[in-house]
Design a protein around this ligand. Structure first.
Ligand code: SF4
Length: 93
């Protein structure tokens, strides 16, 4: 009883405090990792969306919008990332 009053307790209570602190740190690390992963996924998604929106084929006169032959001028590159700087691009009037 004297030990408790003087603040020098080294028993189950201090062990529980250490476990609680460790649990708090674990949850904090887990939460940080989840938030970081979600932020990273959002950043990647925005970057991919920006790149996809820079593909000009939908505004090109040669684009057929037919899955069998999307573009007679550049059939392999139509609607792909390689069409971003397509030299054959002709905008619709
Ligand atoms: S010419 Fe180029 S920009 Fe136009 S549809 Fe074909 S690949 Fe796309």
């Amino acid at each position: 009883m004297k030990l408790i009053q003087s603040g020098q307790v080294n028993g189950p209570n201090s062990c529980m405090e250490i476990l609680t602190t460790m649990r708090f740190c674990f949850v904090l690390c887990l939460l940080t990792a989840v938030i970081w992963a979600v932020g990273r996924a959002l950043k990647d998604t925005v970057a991919i969306a920006k790149q996809m929106h820079s593909i000009p084929c939908h505004n090109c006169v040669y684009f057929t919008n037919d899955y069998r032959l999307k573009c007679p001028v550049n059939p392999m590159g139509a609607n792909t990332e390689s069409a971003i700087d397509c030299p054959d691009y002709r905008g619709k009037a």
